[in-house]
Design a protein around this ligand. Structure first.
Ligand SMILES: [Zn+2]
Length: 221
């Protein structure tokens, strides 16, 4: 084997190893590295022998798309945060290729953000994307099925997909129709709020501060 072929093989192996440890589903590792099913199984065995658990971060085996990932306002907030990080670290390159290194870095930033946000609003974890979900969104961005749009009202950039199953455009300033209204004493005048940011979680469970904090996170230096 030539030196070049050997180095390319090693590079693919290193990428696959990193991806396995990050928790990517096998299908994506195969797509990104070109390794075979058999080679990936060998990789998992090797990692296990080293005492490393490839599956520890892999909470799902399924590949999802914008149709299932972007189903409500909270999911769009998550996707917007995650993909904004990806755009910040990856620059224009992410529009033409899916870059695993940048995606991994963005995903770590996304988790750091969730840890912070959790202190303000524990409901933020009602949606949490996996690294494979992140890859699927990145892949839709690359193919042009997903894009960033700038809200005409709040001027924030948000992530959107042509496959999304929600009609919500900007997740930052969208107000659910059945948002709990309060009277002059601050008491809710509507007792039920079934939809909204967190599905079954009442809308008043989240305060605007958490959304503002998330927007602030987007302001990179
Ligand atoms: Zn907006």
């Amino acid at each position: 084997m030539s030196k070049l072929a050997e180095s390319s093989k090693l590079k693919r192996w290193v990428t696959a190893r990193e991806m396995a440890l990050m928790g990517y589903v096998t299908r994506i590792i195969i797509l990104e590295t070109g390794l075979t099913d058999k080679q990936i199984r060998r990789l998992y065995r090797e990692l296990e022998e080293e005492g490393l658990k490839a599956a520890i971060n892999r909470t799902t085996r399924t590949l999802r798309s914008g149709a299932t990932l972007l189903g409500n306002q909270l999911a769009k907030l998550h996707a917007s945060a995650l993909m904004q990080f990806y755009r910040e670290v990856g620059g224009d390159a992410i529009m033409t290729t899916t870059c695993v290194t940048y995606l991994n870095r963005a995903y770590r930033m996304y988790h750091a953000l969730l840890c912070e946000m959790e202190q303000v609003d524990p409901n933020i974890r009602n949606v949490t994307f996996t690294i494979s979900d992140a890859w699927c969104l990145a892949s839709e961005l690359r193919s042009g099925d997903a894009m960033f749009e700038t809200c005409r009202s709040c001027h924030c950039d948000f992530f959107t997909s042509i496959h999304q199953s929600t009609g919500i455009d900007c997740p930052f300033c969208y107000e659910p129709h059945n948002k709990i209204k309060t009277d002059s004493t601050g008491k809710p005048t509507v007792s039920e709020a079934k939809e909204g940011l967190c599905g079954s979680v009442p809308v008043e469970g989240r305060d605007d501060a958490s959304i503002i904090a998330m927007e602030a996170e987007f302001e990179f230096g």
